[in-house]
Design a protein. Structure first.
Length: 140
C-alpha cells in the first residue's frame, strides 16, 4: 500500500494473538493503530493510546484519527513502529472521509481485552465529523 497521501487510505489494525508481550506493552491496551505495508513485507504502524488521558481522545475512533493524522503527516513521534504483519489483524480502513470497519468483532475483542469496550464505535462506518466551538463555549 505504501504511505498514503493526504486524505489517502490507510489500514486499521488490532494486535493479534501472536504479538509479543513487549510490543503489546509499547502499544498499550485500547490503542488505535493505523498503518501501511512496506515493500519488504513489514508494516509501518502509528498508534494512539491516549497515554495522557486527553478527553478529546476518549473514543477509539478519535484515537484512530490521531494515529492516521500522524501517519499522513509523517509526523515525528515515538508512537510509531515497523513490525511483522503476523502480529496484527487488519480490521478496516481510514481516510479523510472517515473509518470503515470490516471486522467489528475483532475490534470489540481488542477493546474488551483492554477494558475499553465502551469506547467502541456503534457502527461499521464512522464519518469524519468536525466539532465547531461557538463563542459561548458550547459545541455546534
Amino acid at each position: 500500500m505504501e504511505r498514503p497521501d493526504t486524505d489517502g487510505r490507510a489500514a486499521l489494525f488490532v494486535p493479534g494473538g501472536s504479538l509479543k508481550e513487549d510490543i503489546l506493552l509499547t502499544i498499550r491496551k485500547g490503542a488505535a493503530i493505523a498503518g501501511f505495508a512496506n515493500h519488504d513485507g513489514t508494516l509501518t504502524l502509528y498508534y494512539e493510546s491516549n497515554r495522557f488521558d486527553d478527553p478529546m481522545l476518549a473514543k477509539w475512533e478519535h484515537k484512530a484519527r490521531k494515529a492516521y493524522d500522524r501517519l499522513i503527516d509523517n509526523a515525528p513521534t515515538v508512537s510509531k513502529m515497523t513490525a511483522a504483519p503476523q502480529g496484527f489483524e487488519q480490521i478496516g480502513y481510514i481516510n479523510g472521509k472517515g473509518i470503515t470497519i470490516r471486522r467489528m468483532e475483532s475490534l470489540k475483542r481488542w477493546l474488551s481485552y483492554s477494558d475499553a469496550l465502551a469506547t467502541c464505535p456503534e457502527t461499521e462506518i464512522v464519518p469524519r465529523s468536525v466539532v465547531a466551538k461557538v463563542d459561548n463555549g458550547t459545541k455546534a
